[in-house]
Design a protein around this ligand. Structure first.
Ligand SMILES: C[S@@+](CC[C@H](N)C(=O)[O-])C[C@H]1O[C@@H](n2cnc3c(N)ncnc32)[C@H](O)[C@@H]1O
Length: 215
């Protein structure tokens, strides 16, 4: 899998599809985070072109941020975007890493962020990555998860299935993603020490954004 060939066009692809809803889902919990305890060190996994990173870095100027992504091109686009916005990137580490094999330092991060990342993988891979991230988190860490979902019934379900068929076909073709359908990521997180504290849906319930806190 590689997002390198579409890194420069990723924002454009979003803007001609469901970009507004994707952004709403990404930023859903920023105000809640700002009202809570100070965040010392955030880990952004599969962050892509910086759509979350930029507003997050602006709103949390004292937080250390580690950005891990498999695609050097995506990391470069994100870094350039931040520099163009005048953000001091010295507190931000951009690192190329494949989370399917990467080992992370234990108990290091008080915020984990995985946005439209797990829907690239099958359930077995998500089951492998989630405990790696759990071990990397501090005892009271929070976790923002956003992904696609298929609503249970009605026209929203039909609409989501059509969108997801198109999106999976597109990303399988241009980025070689291994997944064919959305994995049960929320059910997998429910087996961890993280408990859901807030959840919202977007775009006819096709997108969700969930905030967890480690208990
Ligand atoms: C669908 S994009 C999502 C980007 C961004 N989080 C967003 O909200 O739009 C998936 C991102 O995950 C990265 N990625 C895919 N597989 C990965 C892996 N095994 N390890 C780390 N990053 C990966 C891709 O390079 C890409 O930037």
């Amino acid at each position: 899998m590689s997002y390198c060939s579409i890194a420069r066009f990723y924002k454009l692809i979003e803007s001609v599809t469901i970009g507004r809803s994707l952004l709403d889902a990404r930023l859903a919990h920023l105000q809640r985070l700002a009202a809570g305890p100070a965040i010392q060190h955030a880990l952004l996994v599969g962050e892509g072109n910086g759509s979350f990173l930029l507003p997050f870095a602006q709103q949390f100027p004292n937080t250390l941020i580690t950005v891990l992504d498999q695609s050097p091109a995506m990391l470069r686009v994100a870094q350039v975007r931040l520099e163009a916005a005048g953000i001091d990137t010295t507190r931000i580490t951009f690192r190329r890493a494949d989370l399917t094999v990467e080992q992370l330092p234990e108990g290091c991060y008080d915020l984990l962020v995985t946005l439209f990342f797990f829907d690239n993988f099958d359930a077995a891979t998500v089951r492998h990555i989630v405990p790696v991230l759990e071990r990397a988190s501090m005892p009271t860490a929070q976790w923002i998860l956003s992904d696609f979902q298929v609503p249970n019934s009605g026209w929203r379900r039909v609409r989501a299935r059509i969108w997801l068929t198109i999106l999976y076909a597109f990303f399988r073709c241009v980025a070689g993603i291994p997944a064919r359908s959305v994995p049960p990521t929320e059910a997998i997180l429910a087996t961890t020490s993280f408990k859901q504290t807030a959840r919202s849906t977007y775009c006819g319930e096709m997108l969700y954004s969930t905030l967890y806190r480690r208990q």
